[in-house]
Design a protein around this ligand. Structure first.
Ligand code: PEP
Ligand code: MG
Length: 323
């Protein structure tokens, strides 16, 4: 099975009727960026920058961050790399930040909320990312966006970082794309308005499921209720993709659903443009896309959207596995 699968590693993900999608990798370290190309990645759809912060005893400097982002940009050469700004808080702690204990950390002071409260932290990171954009094809996205104000505030800090670098004569890619993660239902429901302002969306199903069905993604007691095939989640995904495409924007997915081949016909049918996953899943998903007909998948997706339970949706998708 492994040997057969490896023949798909470096093939493009093109459906039988000629529709190509982009298959990218999720990474958390510079080392993983090197490995991802060997695993068949056509880019990085999610660079979780937390590791830089969590493996340190004090806040990483702009220079330290710049070196890491530049290394990833250079490793990936002309392939796109989406860097996500700091997503700390919730279950992820930082010893040197002394965040207060919270009753509901997943609903609390984390990610973009924390960064907008400490703008110097975000501006430093954005300066490092912008500087690295001179050495590769970088894009940047903000995590845990729940409303337009947060997005606009983050974008204003991005402009501020750009202006600083310009006045310091430091080069950067001034056409770098700036997007948001869609991982909170309130953002998915406003996708039509966000689509007028952002360059792209990346759907984070890991959190989107947690917040849509009110199930802690870490709690095994309720793990049976945690399912990205929940019909409500599918409707949110469709809402986001349709809203983005209506404005000519692209949509990626970097949550676990993108790496599940049972979901491939559905996501292909809904029109997802970029799929980002653990490197180990890439060959499998490429094989799945190459076995499918996109026009047929559109019909499948349409009919699945009127089904009321996740278990029935899973059942209906099974015949398309390894056809
Ligand atoms: C997600 O929420 O789906 C995601 C990709 O981000 P993380 O798993 O890092 O929260
Ligand atoms: Mg998330």
């Amino acid at each position: 099975e492994l040997e057969v699968l490896s023949q798909f590693t470096h093939q493009p993900a093109i459906s039988k009727d000629g529709h190509r999608i982009e298959v990218a990798a999720n990474i958390g370290t510079v080392a993983e960026s090197q490995m991802s190309l060997e695993q068949g990645a056509e880019g990085i759809g999610l660079f979780r920058t937390e590791f830089l912060f969590m493996n340190a005893t004090s806040m990483p400097t702009e220079e330290e961050q710049f070196e890491a982002y530049r290394a990833v940009a250079e490793n990936l050469r002309d392939h796109p790399v989406v860097i996500r700004t700091l997503d700390i808080g919730g279950d992820k702690e930082l010893s040197y930040l002394e965040l207060p204990k919270e009753l509901n950390p997943f609903l609390g002071y984390r990610a973009i909320r924390l960064c907008l409260d400490r703008p110097e932290l975000l501006v430093t990171q954005l300066r490092a990312i912008l500087r690295a954009s001179h050495y590769g094809k970088l894009k940047v996205m903000f995590p845990m966006i729940s409303n337009l104000d947060e997005w606009r505030a983050a974008k204003a800090l991005y402009r501020q970082a750009q202006e600083q670098l310009t006045s310091e004569n430091i080069p950067f890619d001034d056409a770098m794309e700036v997007g948001i993660m869609v991982e909170i239902p309130s953002a998915a429901l406003l996708a039509d308005l966000f689509a007028q302002e952002v360059d792209f969306f990346s759907i984070g199903t890991n959190d989107l499921v947690q917040y849509t069905v009110a199930v802690d993604r870490m709690n095994e007691k309720v793990a049976n209720l945690y399912d990205y095939f929940h019909p409500s989640v599918l409707r949110l995904i469709k809402t986001v993709i349709d809203a983005a495409h209506a404005r000519g924007k692209w949509v990626g997915m970097c949550g676990g659903m993108a790496g599940d081949e049972l979901a491939t016909p559905l996501l292909l049918g809904l029109g997802l443009d970029e799929w980002s996953m653990d490197g180990g899943s890439i060959a499998k998903i490429k094989r799945a896309v190459r076995s499918l007909d996109r026009a047929e998948c559109e019909q499948i997706a349409n009919s699945l959207l009127s089904i009321g339970t996740a278990s029935e949706i899973r059942e209906q998708l099974k015949p398309y596995l390894h056809r």
